[in-house]
Write a protein that binds this ligand. Sequence first.
Ligand SMILES: Nc1ncnc2c1ncn2[C@@H]1O[C@H](COP(=O)(O)OP(=O)(O)OP(=O)(O)O)[C@@H](O)[C@H]1O
Ligand SMILES: [Mg+2]
Length: 239
Amino acid sequence: MTGTPLLQVQDIRVAYDRVDVLHGVSLAVEPGRITCLLGANGAGKSTLIRAILGLTPPHAGEIRFEGQPIQGMPTHRVMARGMACIPEGRKVFPKMNVEENLRTGAFLVTDKAEVARRMEQAYALFPRLKERRTQLAGTLSGGEQAMVSIGRGLMAQPRLLIIDEPSLGLSPLYVKENFRIVADINARLGITVLLVEQNARQTLAIAHQGYVLAQGRVVAQGTSQALRDDPEVKAAYFG
Ligand SMILES: Nc1ncnc2c1ncn2[C@@H]1O[C@H](COP(=O)(O)OP(=O)(O)OP(=O)(O)O)[C@@H](O)[C@H]1O
Ligand SMILES: [Mg+2]
C-alpha cells in the first residue's frame, strides 16, 4: 500500500432500525487502482457503499475522501467532491433514451463542449450505445442497460467510481464484457474504482487489491493474489 488512500473508511458502524449491520469496518482505496469488495448476499457490501455516499450514515467511525472527513455530508455534496456510483440493479431512466440517460451523469457540468467530449468517450467504450443512442433505455437488453449505467457513471468523470454488482443477472458474455470495460476504465482513463462483486474469480482477475466482508465484518484483505491464495477465501469462493 502506498501514499494517502483516495478513500479511507475507519472502523464504521452502520445500523438499520438501531441494529448494527456493519460492526466496525475499515477499508482503504488506493488512487489509480481497482479495489474490490467481495462477500455473500447480506454481508453488508451495499450498506458500506451507502454509508460512503451518505445515504445510510455511520453512527461511529470515520470516512475520509482525499484526506477530508465526509461522513455526515449529504450525498450530493459527497458526489460533487468527485465520487460517482453505479448502484445495485443498474437503474436507468426507462422513458429516456440512451443519450438522455448518459447526459444525467454530467448534470453538474455546464460546459456543453465538455459534456459532448465525455459523451464521445462513453460511446468509444460502448459503441453499441452509440448505435442505440435514440432508443428508450427501458427497451434495451439487461446487458445494454448495464452499459448505460456504467456510461452514466463515467459522464461525471469521477475520481472514484463505485460500482455495485455490475454482473448480477447478466449472461456470461455480458459479464465478461463488463469486467473488461471496468479494467479499461481504470487502465485507460486512470479512474480509481471500488468494485463490489460476488463473482470472486473474475473480480480478482482485474482488481489490484480487495476486501472480503462477511456478516458486517472484514474477514480477509490484501492483494488480489493474496486473496486468491487465502485458504478461507479459497474454501468460500473457489472450493
Ligand atoms: N433498509 C434496510 N432496513 C433494514 N435492514 C436492511 C436494510 N437494507 C439492508 N438491510 C440488511 O442489512 C444486511 C446487509 O445488507 P446489504 O444490502 O448491505 O448486503 P449486500 O452485501 O449488499 O448483499 P447483496 O449481495 O445481496 O446485495 C442484510 O442483513 C440486510 O437484510
Ligand atoms: Mg448489495
